[in-house]
Design a protein around this ligand. Structure first.
Ligand code: GDP
Ligand code: MG
Length: 441
């Protein structure tokens, strides 16, 4: 995707504001990206339409391309849609004992997530947690939770043979109250598909304990199915939030967007592996980046907006066009690079540039080189910076020594400056801003 989008960037014209065509071209690709990431078609369509209206006519930040700007707008809109109320991972668990009901299809990760969440509430929040399995259909299910509880040091409700799910839930409530627990978690049974008997059972459990949180646990890789499951459970049971599991896999997590868009219920946590500490609060920015496959471009744009002052860039551009590019300009460029995370940082952020980043690393061109180059410029006089040609051998020696380096280092820097300034002159001759901006991006 990155490549496809950068192709689009190249095609886009560079003007002060985003034209309708710019936006359309970029959004076409964004729509494909959303669908590839498993976002459902109606949600993707709706989303793109909303962004289109928002993006058209927006001013383009000088240091980035219109395409990058569109991606940033799309990204922000994604984050907006994905963000739920309150802090990420917030659960309503005051008023002990607070019941948390875990629902979802079989194999979605309910039992594992129950354990993960219990561990987290115990260790991070200092809560006393009791877990109970209501899965009376699979013989080993209650045992599975007991084993898990022993592993993480969280109590489980003793198993009593022959009870119904509602009976177990009531007993859990009683035990949690008597035992002074802060939270009790009810891990329900799942089916491979949604079925009415199961739904009725979950409803009965819900009515018996009146849960503070009803968390739907769904496999984040199942895309469209996840959305249907969310709609169904929310309609019939009423969920308070979603936990997306298997987000450690290759999936792009588009289900998150669809589920949030369709149900309006917040995604609270993501599961990132089978281990019991592989649970994180849901971070909208991360998933937004993942859905677009463009997280890095977004941070590049953000950094560019942060660090490059439009006015300064403009002024510099004019100087370049006139063929004026002195050591001060070079220094400003080097400092800009430092701010943006150094050579590696900048290259690493560009799509499809991974290889080049490696070469840069191998060539030993790291931030310390930038720092030393800046130090060299610093030890020149004002006059020398404006016109480095006047440097004599004796001055070169002094400058190098002043910065703690060899004359050969200084010569390299001077050569680099000469090459860059030649390039600037050539481009200045080739015409107005277009080419130059292209080269600078
Ligand atoms: P349940 O039927 O809904 O209770 O599902 P389980 O909790 O028994 O999980 C089914 C399988 O999915 C188990 O093998 C888990 O280890 C695995 N699993 C659960 N959550 C995750 C996750 O976030 N990442 C990965 N890779 N595997 C998970
Ligand atoms: Mg289970």
């Amino acid at each position: 995707l990155s490549q496809r989008l950068s192709g689009v960037f190249d095609k886009l014209t560079k003007q002060g504001a985003l034209s309708e065509d710019d936006v359309k071209t970029a959004l076409r690709e964004v729509r494909v990206a959303l669908l590839e990431a498993d976002v459902s078609l109606p949600v993707a369509r709706e989303f793109v339409k909303a962004v289109q209206e928002k993006a058209t006519g927006q001013a383009v930040t000088k240091s980035i391309t219109p395409g990058q700007q569109v991606v940033k707008i799309v990204h922000d809109a994604l984050v907006d849609t994905l963000t739920g109320e309150g802090e990420p991972g917030d659960l309503k668990i005051d008023n002990p004992p607070a019941p948390i009901l875990m629902v979802g299809l079989q194999g979605g990760g309910k039992t594992t997530t129950t354990g993960k969440l219990a561990k987290r509430l115990t260790e991070k929040n200092g809560k006393r947690v009791l877990m109970a399995s209501l899965d009376i259909y699979r013989p080993a299910a209650q045992q599975q939770l007991a084993v898990l509880g022993a592993q993480i040091g969280v109590d489980t409700l003793p198993i009593v043979a022959g009870e119904s799910a509602v009976q177990i839930a009531k007993r859990a409530k009683q035990q949690a109250t008597l035992g002074g627990y802060d939270v009790y978690m009810l891990d329900t049974a799942g089916r491979l598909q949604i079925d009415e008997t199961l739904m009725q059972e979950v409803k009965d459990v819900r009515d018996a304990v009146n849960p503070r949180e009803t968390l739907l646990v769904v496999d984040g890789l199942t895309g469209q199915v996840a959305v249907e499951v969310a709609e169904e459970f929310d309609g019939k049971i009423g969920i308070s939030g979603v936990v997306l599991t298997r987000m450690d896999g290759d999936g792009r997590g588009g289900a998150a967007l669809s589920m949030k868009a369709v149900t309006g219920k917040p995604i609270k946590y993501v599961g990132l592996g089978e281990k019991l500490d592989a649970l994180e609060e849901f971070h909208p920015e991360r998933v937004a980046g993942r859905i677009l496959g463009m997280g890095d471009i977004v941070s590049l744009v953000e950094k560019a907006q942060e660090t490059i002052e439009a006015e300064q860039a403009e002024r510099m551009m004019k100087r370049f066009q006139k063929g004026q590019f002195n050591m001060n300009d070079l220094k400003a460029q080097l400092e800009q690079m430092m701010k943006m995370g150094g050579m590696e940082g900048i290259i690493g952020m560009m799509p499809g540039m991974g290889k080049m980043a490696k070469q840069v690393e191998e060539a030993g061109f790291d931030d310390s080189v930038l720092k030393r180059q800046i130090a060299l410029v610093n030890s020149m006089t004002k006059k020398e910076r404006a016109n480095p040609q006047i440097l004599q051998a004796s001055r070169k020696k002094r400058i190098a020594a002043g910065a703690g380096m060899e004359v050969s280092d200084l010569n390299k820097l001077l050569k680099m400056h000469r090459q860059m300034s030649d390039m600037m002159k050539k481009m200045g001759k080739m015409g107005k801003g277009g080419m130059l901006k292209q080269a600078m991006k």
